[in-house]
Ligand binder design. Sequence first.
Ligand code: SAH
Length: 213
Amino acid sequence: MKDTHKHQGLRNQLVKTIIQKGITDKNVLDAIAKVPRHLFMDSGFVDFAYQDKAFPIAAEQTISQPYTVAFQSELLKAKSGDKILEIGTGSGYQAAVLIEMGVKVYTIERQQELFKKTKLFLPKIGYKPKKMIFGDGYLGLPEDAPFDGIIVTAGAPYVPKPLLSQLKIGGRLVIPVGDDIQIMTLFIRTGEKDFEKHELGEFRFVPLLKKKN
Ligand code: SAH
């Protein structure tokens, strides 16, 4: 499938919707306007690719809602050249948005099926993460730490300690915390042992599960 003027028009519309919902970061909006989300969806859902909704992908997982991707990306405050760890590669859409922003993306997925699919797919459409790992995101990625930011794209029942300790001083962890409903939570590392915590509203994610599958 190709990316056409029609798709570009639908993306511009989507960006307007996201602006109305409160997203202001121009780098994030520009990235959403560029990434061809329809290519990340299963064939049955491509017609809905530019609706501001989450949709099913393989292995009972979902591609996050564009507004949620934008909201988390804005909270990360990622700049071009930053080193960012993503937990929950899924379809690769969030990773592509960050790569479009100039970020060096390290991303971890625990579902073998999705991992394999997305590892082939992303480079094929021109998005190359620095590293794609089949592993358990609860552990972070100690060998490549510290990171400027860490983004968790599944609902975490609690905040995994390794993720906090793998942040640079000044680094940001964006993580939805909770069981059925999650509170989007931002941690900013202000010192070796000090973190600022902000809670930013309710979201719903598929669960962050332990171990590889
Ligand atoms: N960022 C993705 C969102 C996918 S949904 C996108 O843009 O499409 C969340 C993903 O987190 C799922 O693919 C799920 O398999 C993965 N996941 C769940 N628990 C995990 C864990 N412990 N480590 C890594 N990935 C995990």
